[in-house]
Design a binder for this molecule. Sequence first.
Ligand code: KIV
Ligand code: ZN
Length: 385
Amino acid sequence: MTDQVLIFDTTLRDGEQSPGATMTHEEKLEIAEMLDDMGVDIIEAGFPIASEGDFAAVTEIAKQARSSTICGLARANYKDIDRCWEAVKHAKSPRIHTFIGTSPLHRAIPNLNQDEMAERIHDTVTHARNLCDNVQWSPMDATRTEEDYLCRVVEIAIKAGATTINIPDTVGYTAPVESADLIRMLIEKVPGADDIIFATHCHNDLGMATANSLAAVEGGARQIECTINGLGERAGNTALEEVVMALKVRHDIMPYATGIDTTKIMNISRRVATVSGFPVQFNKAIVGKNAFAHESGIHQDGMLKNAETFEIMRPQDVGLSGTSLPLGKHSGRAALRSKLEALGYDLADNQLKDVFVRFKDLADRKKEVYDDDLIALMRSNEDAE
Ligand code: KIV
Ligand code: ZN
């Protein structure tokens, strides 16, 4: 089994499904270009049957793509699949992704019994494969589907020509140990499983999407489905930046590679936050404003001596220029001295002692002490002397 994990980004499809995250045509093209540029293997560009706008965006993204495979989503019917193909066929490397809900709850919606659904899966995957060599099939709500039935329908989809089988945890219900076991079980039990790629597609309802995705890789999945900033319905999808950086930083225990240029992460995160209107929370892993910021005295002192004391990855690796040491009431003398030196003030120890008292007084009244505050404080100190 290969050590390469494919990154399938669905910011423009599942991400855009977040209520209020709609992006314009131009914004989608721009994000797709950034994804392509950062080395995303497969871009799910939209759901072509959903609207004329989605169809146009997927079509244009397919035409502009340089390296990424361009994928469109389609329900399990010929009309959706044909429309999807019409949009993605312009890509150098097109993919049709078709899905149907296989759990008892989801089977009840189209009111299909197990045999009727199995037949629908066979027919629609066969139809998709007659149009396109690259077909992904997903049993939606796979993690709440009976194990025997899941094995049965995965086998049918493989026999009908699916080249990737995606196992969605649609409602973020699974736990890491189950996520790994499920993929392992499918690889062991389903005939033909060795000839295809298993993908994992996790939602974050219990905050376990990243852990579940990485566990699925341990179980044998070789494609992770994710979005920038974890954008997605409800609590979102697996965050691309989290799984990619986890695989990079903990390569010692998860020896899998991705083709992502991680230095592009910060830029695309900020752009997706802007165009989707979903700001990134300050303490979000990897891309939050505070992910590489240290305010407390002990941490700042440690960071000034050796960055590895409180950082497990370099900010430059995700596209930041460096660590930030914001000054606040928890900051200590070392950080104040370092900041003052950067501003051109070289103080003797006794001078620093005085300034530190006044700085603490100011910091008690303000959340953060900015460069301008320090300059004003130094000027008033000089005037007083
Ligand atoms: O969460 C999900 O099940 C999906 C499918 C359409 C793959 O997004
Ligand atoms: Zn999803």
